[in-house]
Design a protein around this ligand. Structure first.
Ligand code: MN
Ligand code: MN
Length: 387
């Protein structure tokens, strides 16, 4: 850990890979800010071993598409090759800013980080759902259904997650793109108007659409559709849920069991107090794609076959824990840590190591680990989440 790093060495003031009587100072170039942020990479814990794919990518390193209506930066399988199940986009819209009307093959799950926006989606029965969401709220748009996003008066920033690591936010079906690539005489027939009607279509699509500045919309009531709304909600107030509380923090879980439309993405919002850990566990049903919202911490992923690797994360980073691989998340900072864990599944599932040991016959546990009877007797019989 960082406390064991020595700041001697080449006189550049950077941390040195010298700890507990091993290692040597770096004589060559150093990227000091990155090394300071990744102490468990500069000096791996002695329990780390073997080769494990990279499990970290930061939005600070993701290409940012900066446009008149805001920005969008994505982390896909191209940035983080291990992340085959989920891709994510950090998107910001200025007040009134519009993410162009579009659809895509992948389902879209979203968490509002700050500000507020108005979203709409048309279902397969031709019914339009429209709602306003604010920080801590979610939306879920099933595969193939067309939707809109527009920021309200304070602007908005949100995380988008898609149920395929291959997805690219730059490859969605855009309404202006389709108009641009349809013969004018066909447009005229389709809309039963003259061809000249379409002389006003935007000419510079690459620079004026996808995401563009707009006027702040009127009240939700004034924007209400003239058609029936769908019976189910495509938005959800995650922070209104009662969390699962542990001695060191809490976990909220949202999946298709409560947010019924969310059929392909399950989510956990995990909060860990300073010094506490999200207990050792794994997920039997899906990879975990993490978006770090606040604070800093570290995660070691146990990959079987004697392999384990530790990564350091902080707000703005993406982490990944492949399905069935054991892991914990430790808060290494002095402020509360919060991150989202997202899973390509209709339900959240995990296996707690201490709960498993706690409900097994004690002699069976002892035969493996030689632990004292008193220690085994105190193991929890229920999941403790954050300790
Ligand atoms: Mn979309
Ligand atoms: Mn996990």
């Amino acid at each position: 850990m960082s406390s064991t790093l020595q700041h001697t060495g080449n006189g550049k003031g950077g941390p040195q890979p010298v700890a507990d009587g091993r290692g040597a100072t770096i004589l060559g170039p150093q990227n000091v800010p990155l090394e300071l942020q990744n102490p468990d990479v500069l000096v791996s814990p002695v329990t780390d071993a073997g080769t494990i794919p990279n499990l970290k990518f930061s939005y600070a390193m993701a290409r940012n598409r900066v446009l008149s209506g805001g920005f969008a930066r994505e982390i896909t399988v191209r940035e983080l090759p291990v992340a085959t199940e989920i891709a994510g986009v950090d998107m910001r819209l200025t007040p009134g800013g519009i993410r162009e009307l579009h659809w895509h093959k992948e389902a879209e799950w979203a968490y509002v980080i700050a500000g507020s926006c108005r979203v709409s989606i048309l279902d397969e029965e031709g019914r339009l759902f429209i709602d306003d969401v604010a920080a801590g709220d979610l939306w879920y748009f099933p595969s193939g259904l067309p939707h809109s996003i527009q920021a309200l008066q304070d602007g908005v920033e949100f995380l988008l997650a898609f149920d395929s690591g291959n997805f690219s936010e730059n490859e969605t079906f855009l309404i202006t793109d389709w108009f641009e690539h349809t013969p004018r005489e066909v447009l005229a027939k389709n809309f039963r108007v003259s061809e000249s009607t379409f002389d006003v279509l935007p000419k510079d699509i690459e620079h004026t659409r996808y995401m563009f500045a707009g006027a702040v919309p009127p009240s939700l009531a004034a924007d209400a559709p003239p058609v029936a709304q769908p019976p189910q909600s495509y938005t959800w107030h995650m922070h209104a849920q009662e969390p699962n509380k542990g001695p060191g923090g809490q976990v909220r879980i949202t999946d298709s069991r409560n947010f019924t439309v969310s059929k392909t993405i399950a989510a956990a919002l995990i909060e860990v107090e300073p010094g506490a850990i999200r207990e050792m566990h794994w997920h039997p049903n899906a990879d975990e794609w993490q978006y770090w919202l606040r604070g800093q911490g570290r995660m070691t992923v146990f990959a079987s076959g004697g392999k384990a690797r530790t990564f350091d994360y902080r707000a703005g980073d993406v982490g990944y824990a492949p399905r069935a691989m054991g892991h914990y998340v430790e808060n290494t900072g002095d402020e509360p840590l919060a991150f989202l864990g997202l899973f390509r599944s209709d339900h959240y599932a995990d296996i707690s190591l201490s709960q498993w040991m706690g409900v097994l016959p004690p002699e069976l546990v002892k035969a493996h680990l030689n632990l004292d009877d008193k220690v085994i007797a105190k193991l929890p019989k229920a999941e403790t989440w954050v300790v």
